[in-house]
Ligand binder design. Structure first.
Ligand SMILES: Cc1cc2nc3c(=O)[nH]c(=O)nc-3n(C[C@H](O)[C@H](O)[C@H](O)COP(=O)(O)O)c2cc1C
Ligand code: SF4
Length: 508
């Protein structure tokens, strides 16, 4: 009989609450009791309130225990947890837990399941089948599969991935690049990190398929410097992929560590940064698809966009498109955070409502106080009041409600939030992160913060809110990129839905 298998996550979220100490204590306790066990380090399942979540393999499937602290380990052994025994921290079969059972895990199917850095485990769980299929059907058919899937960019703008790829494929030139945007600067988001720290070969495979589809033999991952664990995991994964022949002369990937600025996540700033210059936005056109890295045709895609591709090739574009609705096809790894009882990663088909996400899945506020606002899509996303929580998470419905899906970070606030303060923060954030290239953003954000400070001091609030509104119109219409262009979303949604916080009454 083989030694019992124990799974302990090694991703940054689990490490931050002591997963390494738990793994070490389990190893020591097993040795002390003379029991041989096998400990596998995985990514996280995404149920962050239960980390460190320890799992054991049983004949009925994996059984979960959490949150486990080193002090719990002896009692877990006493309870026979290696065989799935009953314990106060037991949650039963992991895949039957409500959080897991309600998901459609396509891109994250292996995260938390496999040994993060084992290509053999990756293969055993369906890895590389997509790349193999891509090689069999050839570039044109791969492009068609991605177009048929309806996959849209998961980094924020939601541009159809297949169309972008086709543009690069058709662009002339001997050298083309696949650039993966792993800058993940949006507040409340962590899905890129989680994917890289839990299933790095999915990203490698997605990039290799993209290279095959557009005729690129080089890829670059631009990974934020604030993610030291993801950097270490990806570095090792790339070395392993090279040593096992998955990467090499036909397609290889470089890892570049970001420069620590929010604007470096904007694709043209990112390219500037990769070329060794200050991260400053380039005017478009030309599009990166025509004139990207070092002037070559370049696909720039988010981690989640690229990591969705192996599933699409393995199961077919139409199978992917059967999830979701309207023009929002497939699944979205939603990141739930802020003042929420259950925060974490929840991957599901587009169409789920914000209410289901924050109340049913997230369990409402952690403070137990009434929920007041939900910001969707990072620092450039709109604030939704309780009355708009029936809005479905889909690109068009969110836009119609005055917001955006963005990278699908959802941050919850209870009734103690000061929405005038949040609106001012949006301007301050823009002022701090502005690349300075265009006036509406560089100057407008500072003037906006100053004007909202006057409102907070009670200086002619109605007049000054009108000034802010005009300023927002200019920023929306005249900013060169979405940092200046979308900052009005959080500002104006706060003013529109929470006007009472600004010291004025009635509708604008
Ligand atoms: C200020 C700003 C910051 C951005 N940050 C990111 C980021 O961190 N990660 C990302 O994938 N896209 C980010 N984007 C979007 C990118 O410019 C680009 O649309 C995306 O990388 C394209 O990939 P996709 O089509 O797969 O989404 C940002 C855009 C702006 C305007
Ligand atoms: S909107 Fe802001 S960040 Fe974007 S180009 Fe203009 S100054 Fe730079």
């Amino acid at each position: 009989m083989s030694a019992p298998r124990v799974f302990v996550p090694g991703d940054a979220a689990a490490l931050s609450v002591g997963a390494d100490a738990v793994a070490a204590t389990i190893a020591t306790e097993a040795q002390r009791r003379g029991i041989e066990i096998q400990i596998t380090r995985t990514g996280t399942r995404g149920m962050l309130w239960l980390e460190p979540l320890v799992e054991v393999a049983t004949p009925a499937g994996r059984v979960a225990y959490g949150p486990v602290q080193p002090a719990d380990v002896a009692s877990l052994f006493d309870a026979g947890f290696l065989g799935g025994g009953a314990h106060a921290l037991a949650h039963g079969r992991t895949d039957a837990m409500p959080w897991m059972a309600r998901q459609q895990r396509l891109s994250f199917e292996r995260v938390g399941v496999i040994d993060t850095l084992s290509l053999a485990d990756y293969r055993a769980h369906g890895g590389l089948a997509g790349l193999q299929r891509a090689r069999e059907i050839g570039a044109q058919a791969v492009l068609q599969q991605v177009i048929d899937s309806g996959l849209r960019g998961r980094g924020g703008a939601g541009f159809p991935a297949g169309i972008k790829w086709r543009t690069v494929a058709q662009a002339p030139g001997p050298r083309k690049y696949i650039v993966c945007n792993a800058d993940e600067g949006d507040s409340g988001t962590f899905a890129d990190r989680m994917l890289i720290e839990g299933d790095p070969f999915a990203l490698v495979e997605g990039m290799a398929i993209a290279g095959l589809a557009v005729g690129a033999d080089r890829g670059v991952v631009y990974l934020r410097s604030e993610y030291p664990h993801a950097i270490a995991v990806l570095r090792r994964a790339l070395a392993l992929a090279r040593s096992e022949g998955l990467l090499g002369a036909h397609f290889d990937i470089d890892l570049r560590v970001g420069a620590g600025a929010y604007i470096c996540g904007e694709e043209t700033s990112l390219l500037e940064s990769l070329e060794g210059r200050r991260g400053q936005v380039r005017a478009k056109p030309p599009l990166p698809a025509h004139h990207g890295l070092f002037g070559r045709p370049t696909v720039v895609n988010n981690v989640l966009t690229l990591a969705a591709v192996p599933w699409i090739l393995r199961h077919g574009g139409t199978a992917y498109a059967s999830f979701g609705l309207g023009r929002s096809r497939g699944s979205m790894p939603v990141q739930l955070g802020g003042n929420l009882r259950r925060g974490g990663l929840f991957e599901c088909a587009f169409g789920i409502t914000l209410r289901e996400l924050v109340h049913d899945i997230g369990g409402g506020t952690a403070s137990g106080r009434p929920l007041r606002a939900v910001q969707v899509g990072g620092p450039l996303g709109a604030y939704f009041p309780e009355s708009l929580l029936d809005t479905p998470l889909d690109y068009e419905a969110m836009a119609a409600a005055g917001g955006l899906v963005g990278h699908a970070g959802i941050v919850v606030f209870d009734d103690t939030v000061d929405m005038a303060r949040q609106a001012r923060f949006a301007f301050e954030f823009c002022a701090l992160e502005s690349c300075g290239k265009c006036t509406p953003c560089r100057i407008g954000s500072t003037r906006g913060a100053e004007t909202l400070a006057k409102v907070a001091r009670g200086e002619a609030p109605s007049v000054n809110l009108k000034v802010v509104e005009d300023l927002c119109t200019v920023m929306t219409d005249a900013s060169l990129c979405a940092l200046g262009g979308l900052t009005p979303l959080p500002v104006m949604s706060a003013i529109r839905h929470f006007r009472e916080d600004f010291g004025v009454r009635g509708t604008p």
